[in-house]
Write a protein that binds this ligand. Structure first.
Ligand SMILES: Nc1nc2c(c(=O)[nH]1)N[C@H]1C(S)=C(S)[C@@H](COP(=O)(O)OP(=O)(O)OC[C@H]3O[C@@H](n4cnc5c(=O)[nH]c(N)nc54)[C@H](O)[C@@H]3O)O[C@H]1N2
Ligand SMILES: Nc1nc2c(c(=O)[nH]1)N[C@H]1C(S)=C(S)[C@@H](COP(=O)(O)OP(=O)(O)OC[C@H]3O[C@@H](n4cnc5c(=O)[nH]c(N)nc54)[C@H](O)[C@@H]3O)O[C@H]1N2
Ligand SMILES: [Mo]
Length: 715
């Protein structure tokens, strides 16, 4: 006889214990990492969380954050009911209201703004969370507002823009098949466990690894060559590598002759970047530049793994990444097996090897039938080639100036004003709005400035569609009903659609019918997917040929891969809009602002991911935050610490020309001398307060979070 007490203590699932295993996904990071969860549920309570073995991406593993999903789910800081602010903005004084009152109020307020100042005066915003974006974008467009904006104004888009300007369509690294992986700034061992495992598998089969990173990381420690450049000098490094590849005749002459535009101008330009100059500009020894260039150009096939953030978080980031991606074409590695393969996304940025109607669903009204988007005047290239969003970095200024038209209201899902540079300025702008709604799982600082706050549930309590690049799809079902009065974001969007755009037939048909409509070209349905709670492989995966450009051309205006951008050329009278990938040092750097560098001698590089934190999400959880002292700290090399008379955990003032914050110092060899690294999103010491609102890349509008100038002094 089994002892039921022991089975219960061991949390063993089965009829004896009444414990059921329910399938879900972890959405603490989103969406590239979405590990499968096995949730042990008894009496409507999640009593244990495990990684799901059947998920082909995560294969049973969970990171330090995913393991804390119960703490996330049952956090005391969860919002329980819809709330109406009754005290002053920021006071955090709220009164519970019913869902009906909340939804009706939003319907009335947004309708009023639409009538008085036009639908474009209402912004529909999503923070880092991505799973519900197609529905939110449709809501904006069906309402008539072009102003759907997201965290992608600081993440991913600029990288995608750089690739689109060069190739038309972005290509992703073909990790399983490549023989040489050039990781141009990513540290998957901290940011994406599935990719880290793929890197390890590649190394086992003899793949060469080159990593470009100013720090030492678990990724660089595995590299054949680590190019430890100074932050923000990526363009100079790429141009110098191109100099070696071209002068040694290692480039793909056939591809260059037949499929590229502007090569002669580019070749003339890179003449000025011999390895010795590359060393001077980047700090990477010339012999390493030569060795890396030769390896990347001669090992076949080779690919570049880019990242959504580090290279583009500079005032010269977009041009730098263009120079980097050109190396893929130069060496004939675009859209080939083991190179950078073009495989368009199926759903929410993820390639799943199936076709959908996601884009048609989202864009329920053409941009030409709406007002111009926020940021259109400052960032025209964004409007030409980014993914159909407004540039959210222009929101704070436009709220204040009312130009070119007023912004009256924001309907936000997971907005965090600390995502913006000059975060306090963004917060002040939010105070100027007539009406702000924030939908979040937790009562955050930003919620305190909202007029209405709505409680969202977590991934464990909702139903969502996700896909994986090995051709795997998942349509999750709630493991437990939403806690308290929380609701899924999608349910909230559909309830608002009844009030904001009642004529929209797909919204009227409902959430699941919408997903079926989106999935139609794939032949899959939600009914079928529900039979596979842990997910399933796509029945007839879409396998695209290599070198698609041979038949269709490149999706650029010239139809070729562009060394000289015909899109940027449209605006070349503007400073920084060079059609060639011209290298300019970061606006605030020893090279470009020597005066400032005398007062602020260190490079401020922020936001390198820590394994236990995800932006503002996990500071509140005791398991992850027990892994690193939970006080804001800045990383400093011991050489700099000694020169400044600092010891581990000393309190310092970290200053830029915008102001100062107080943090502790953490001494580590991971950062190179001359560089200060600080994680973002701490309310008590927010490094984004130290960046000016217009410290942005002129083309992409991305903030220069990874190269400003700062000083550190003991307090
Ligand atoms: N200095 C500096 N700043 C940076 C960066 C940097 O490297 N350095 N990185 C930038 C990048 S790349 C990114 S992606 C952004 C991240 O930008 P943020 O949007 O600031 O990221 P989070 O803090 O993770 O998420 C915002 C909110 O979403 C809420 N949320 C979580 N799950 C859900 C959900 O299911 N529904 C709803 N409605 N809300 C939910 C969270 O509770 C949180 O309050 O920060 C950018 N800012
Ligand atoms: N644990 C955890 N995982 C995450 C997140 C998180 O917050 N926590 N956030 C998610 C999000 S939103 C994103 S965008 C991704 C980011 O994913 P990754 O890009 O993999 O991670 P980062 O740590 O931002 O940056 C990678 C490396 O870039 C280096 N770097 C910094 N400046 C420069 C530079 O100027 N040039 C070059 N070449 N390299 C530079 C850093 O030293 C760092 O080691 O991670 C995702 N995954
Ligand atoms: Mo990001």
């Amino acid at each position: 006889m089994q002892n039921i007490g022991n089975l219960l203590k061991g949390k063993i699932a089965g009829p004896e214990t009444g414990i059921e295993i329910k399938k879900s996904v972890c959405a603490i990071c989103d969406p590239m990492t979405q590990c499968g969860l096995d949730l042990y549920v008894k009496d409507g309570q999640v009593i244990k969380v495990e990684g799901s073995e059947e998920n082909p991406y995560s294969k049973g593993s969970l990171c330090s954050k995913g393991a804390a999903n119960r703490q996330y789910l049952y956090s005391e800081e969860r919002i329980r009911t819809p709330l109406k602010r009754v005290g002053p903005k920021g006071s955090g004084t709220f009164q519970p209201i019913t869902w009906a009152e909340a939804l009706d109020t939003i319907g009335e307020k947004l309708h009023q703004a639409k009538v008085e100042t036009g639908p474009e005066s209402v912004v529909f915003f999503a923070g880092y969370t991505k799973w519900f974006r197609p529905y939110l974008k449709r809501l904006a467009h069906s309402f008539g507002s072009p102003n759907y904006a997201t965290e992608s104004s600081t993440c991913y888009q600029a990288m995608a823009m750089a690739q689109r300007l060069v190739f038309g369509l972005p290509g992703g690294p073909d990790l399983p098949n490549t023989n040489c992986l050039l990781v141009w700034s990513s540290n998957p061992f901290h940011t994406n466990p599935g990719v880290a495992k793929a890197v390890l598998r590649g190394l086992k089969r003899g793949m060469k690894l080159i990593v470009v990173d100013p720090r030492q990381t678990p990724t660089t420690s595995r590299a054949d060559i680590h190019l430890q450049l100074r932050p923000g000098t990526d363009g100079a490094l790429a141009l110098s590598m191109a100099n070696v590849i071209i002068s040694e005749g290692l480039y793909d002459k056939d591809f260059v002759a037949n499929y590229t535009y502007g090569f002669e101008e580019y070749r003339a330009y890179i003449q000025t970047f011999p390895p010795a100059r590359g060393e001077e500009l980047t700090g990477v020894p010339a012999d390493k530049i030569v060795a890396a260039a030769r390896m990347f150009a001669t090992v076949k096939n080779a690919c570049i793994m880019p990242s959504s953030a580090p290279v583009v978080h500079h005032t010269n980031g977009l041009q730098n990444y263009r120079a980097v991606f050109m190396l893929v074409g130069l060496t004939g590695n675009y859209d080939v097996k083991g190179g950078n393969l073009v495989n368009p996304p199926s759903f929410v940025y993820q390639a799943g090897n199936f076709a959908t109607r996601e884009h048609e669903f989202e864009q329920s009204r053409a941009f030409s039938a709406m007002a111009q988007r926020i940021g259109a005047e400052e960032f025209p290239v964004w409007m030409d080639v980014a993914d159909g969003q407004a540039q959210a970095m222009s929101i704070p200024d436009q709220i204040r100036s009312g130009r070119p038209y007023p912004i009256r209201a924001i309907l936000a899902f997971g907005m965090n004003f600390r995502m913006w540079p000059d975060s306090l300025g963004m917060r002040r702008s939010l105070e100027d709005l007539d009406f702000l709604v924030n939908v979040d799982v937790f009562m955050t600082e930003t919620c305190k400035y909202a007029d209405l706050v709505l409680p969202a549930c977590t991934s464990m309590e909702r139903s969502e569609l996700r896909c994986y690049n090995m051709g795997y799809v998942l349509y999750t079902q709630p493991a437990i009903p939403p806690l308290y009065e929380s609701r899924s974001d999608a349910d909230i969007i559909y309830a608002l659609a009844e009030r904001l755009c009642p004529e929209d037939a797909l919204f009227r048909a409902g959430y699941e019918a919408s997903i079926d409509w989106i999935l139609e070209p794939s032949g899959m349905t939600t009914a079928e997917l529900k039979k596979h709670p842990g997910g399933m492989f796509v029945p007839n995966p879409r396998i695209l040929p290599e070198r698609k450009y041979e038949t269709g051309g490149f999706k650029t205006p010239s139809g070729k891969m562009e060394f000289v951008s015909t899109v940027i050329a449209r605006y070349q009278e503007r400073p920084g809009f060079d059609p060639l990938p011209v290298y300019r040092p970061s606006k605030y750097s020893r090279e470009a602002s020597p005066e400032l560098a005398r007062k602020y001698p260190l490079i401020l590089n922020t936001g390198s991911r820590l394994p236990m934190f995800v932006h503002t999400r996990t500071y509140r959880l005791s398991w992850p935050s027990s892994l690193r002292p939970n006080h804001p700290s800045a990383d400093l090399n011991p050489v700099d610490a000694e020169a400044l008379g600092l010891r581990q955990d000393d309190e310092v003032r970290l200053s830029t020309l915008m102001g100062a914050i107080r943090v502790k110092v953490n001494l580590t060899q991971m950062v190179q001398p001359g560089m200060v690294c600080m994680y973002h999103g701490f309310g008590q010491a927010d490094v984004n307060e130290l960046f000016e609102k217009d410290y942005l890349d002129p083309i992409s509008g991305f903030p220069g979070f990874k190269s400003a100038l700062c000083s550190v002094e003991k307090v």
